[in-house]
Structure formats: structure tokens, C-alpha cells
Design a protein around this ligand. Structure first.
Ligand code: HSE
Length: 304
């Protein structure tokens, strides 16, 4: 059997104001080992999962990585292969940290490798974004850094800037799940012009604050009027968790992706204090949570 090893970073998207537009990669990785050999039928015959989701995830062709791999092989009209996959999962599932983006990309990147890289990175990006429905986890998982993502008529357009290495991402991950589908369905179809102006201004503040290291702007920059006010209702105690993070020294705080994880951006001194303050606030609402502290990743996926 031949082997492909891939490492894909977790991602946090939105940063509050940048709904579906901003996303950044994190130094927290899922690792995939895909063993394959020609066969008369394309199928995943064995899927070994350790870490996050090891007891819940399907171990058959319904698993996102198998599904995407088989879908891509079919699309690429290549030969047939049987697979054995090992997946070491460090990205919590359905918590707003890009776990599904990582599995989809792993499937696509592995299929592409098998077909001698028929697809360009841009094509992988387009296919993965279509499957995922929005680009702001896929783009940073592929390219790393802070990615500003959008669409032109047909395609994903993006620009990447480096995340500074003096910032820490502090996540408080509560022990309940929110499906992205549900967290999108509760949002209104239309927004007020004044709210769109509010958010686009904040996105500008966010990018310039990161570029110029004006971190004191981040709390304003991560404010939002178009999705968090609705999503906070799905996260008991969210407002208090936000306040506790800021009070403990966070530069800014927001829901990570579609939640329920809360992200605080910190310097390298206060990260643990901020994490513990958020955890305490959740526990006052009888919610257990875990703290994950990581650096930002500027490289994106890698072959291991
Ligand atoms: N931008 C997407 C959302 C991210 O907020 O629905 C989902 O992880």
C-alpha cells in the first residue's frame, strides 16, 4: 500500500464582525494517514479514529473524509482504490473550530495526490468551499494566516495576511454542540443598512489592527450586529463570558465560527487567566467547558 500523510489546521472564523469573510488558521492540527492500493471498487475498508469524536464519528463511507475522498476520485475519473485511513483528531467537533473543513480538505487533498495533483490548489479551494457552503474555514486551513474571503460572480476570492506571533487565541469550548446549519438558519435573510455599515467598518478596523499591531482596537473591531446577537441566544451565559474575558485582559472576544466556542484574543501574559475566567462564567451557568490556548498558524495544510 502507498501512504499519504496530511496535517490540517483548525480554524476560527468570523472574528465577530467578519461573518463569512474572516478566518484564521491555528496551531492545532488534525493528522490523517491515508493508505491506498488499486482495487476493483473504491471504498474505505478501515477507518481508525483517535482523539476528538473517536466514539461518535462513523467509521464507514459516511465519514466526511471517506465521503469527500470517494466523491473526488469519482469526479477526477481516476482508477479505483481501497483505503485504510488513520485520523488523529485534535480539533473539537461541531464547536466552531473548522473540524468539518479539515476532514473535507483531507479527503480532497488525498484524492488529488493519488491523481498526481490534477487539481490546482485553487480548484481544491473551490470544490471544498462548495461542499462546506462558506469559504472562511477552508481558505485559512489551506493557506494559513488571516484570510479575507469573499466571492466574485462565480469564484472564491481571498487575500491572506500574516497573523502576528505575539497574539494567543484562547478558546473556551463548552460541552454542548451547535450545528452550523442550525446556527445559520436562525439568522435573518436581510440586515439593516446601518448594521452592514457597522460591521464593514469593524472588519476594516480588525484587519488594520492586526496589520499595525494596534491591538487596543480589537474589542471594537470584533463587535458585530449581524449574527452574534442571534447566536448568543443559543449559548447560555454568552454575554457574561464575553465580559469576563475582557475584564481579565482580552483584547477582543467573539463566538468562534458558528459557536458554541468563545474565542478571546490575548497577549502572551493573560491567556490562562482569561481562559479560566471564561470557564468560571460558563460553570456558573452549569456548563462544563475546556480551555484551548494556541498560536495562530501562518502556513496552512502540510504533507507530514
Ligand atoms: N462563517 C460561518 C458561520 C462559519 O458563521 O456560519 C461556520 O463555522
Amino acid at each position: 500500500m502507498k501512504t499519504i500523510k496530511i496535517k490540517i489546521p483548525a480554524t476560527t472564523s468570523n472574528f465577530g464582525s467578519g461573518y463569512d469573510v474572516l478566518g484564521a488558521a491555528l496551531k492545532l492540527y488534525n493528522e490523517f494517514e491515508v493508505d491506498y492500493e488499486p482495487s476493483n471498487k473504491s471504498e474505505c475498508v478501515n477507518l481508525e479514529i483517535s482523539g476528538e469524536g473517536e466514539y461518535e464519528l462513523p467509521r464507514n463511507n459516511k465519514n466526511i473524509i471517506c465521503k469527500t475522498l470517494l466523491f473526488a476520485l469519482n469526479k477526477l475519473k481516476t482508477g479505483k482504490y481501497r483505503f485504510e485511513i488513520k485520523s488523529i483528531n485534535r480539533i473539537p467537533l461541531t464547536k466552531g473550530l473548522g473540524s468539518s473543513a479539515s476532514a473535507r480538505l483531507a479527503g480532497l487533498i488525498a484524492a488529488n495526490r493519488i491523481c498526481n495533483n490534477k487539481l490546482s490548489e485553487k480548484e481544491i479551494l473551490e470544490i471544498a468551499t462548495k461542499l462546506e457552503g462558506h469559504p472562511d474555514n477552508i481558505v485559512p486551513a489551506l493557506f494559513g494566516g488571516l484570510c479575507i474571503c469573499n466571492f466574485d460572480e462565480k469564484n472564491v476570492i481571498y487575500n491572506k495576511i500574516k497573523m502576528p506571533n505575539d497574539l494567543k487565541a484562547v478558546f473556551c469550548v463548552p460541552d454542548f454542540e451547535i450545528s452550523t446549519d442550525n446556527a445559520r438558519k436562525i439568522l435573518p435573510d436581510k440586515v439593516f443598512l446601518k448594521d452592514a455599515v457597522f460591521n464593514s467598518g469593524r472588519v476594516g478596523f480588525f484587519i488594520s489592527a492586526i496589520n499595525q499591531k494596534k491591538y487596543e482596537l480589537l474589542s471594537i473591531a470584533m463587535d458585530d450586529k449581524i449574527h452574534q446577537p442571534y447566536r448568543k441566544k443559543l449559548i447560555p451565559g454568552a454575554d457574561k463570558v464575553f465580559k469576563s474575558a475582557i475584564k481579565s485582559g482580552a483584547y477582543g472576544v467573539c463566538i468562534s465560527g458558528s459557536g458554541p466556542t468563545i474565542l478571546a484574543i490575548s497577549n502572551k501574559r493573560f491567556e490562562l487567566r482569561i481562559g479560566k475566567a471564561m470557564q468560571k462564567e460558563f460553570s456558573e451557568h452549569r456548563i462544563n467547558s475546556k480551555i484551548i490556548i494556541c498560536d495562530f498558524d501562518n502556513e496552512g495544510f502540510k504533507y507530514a
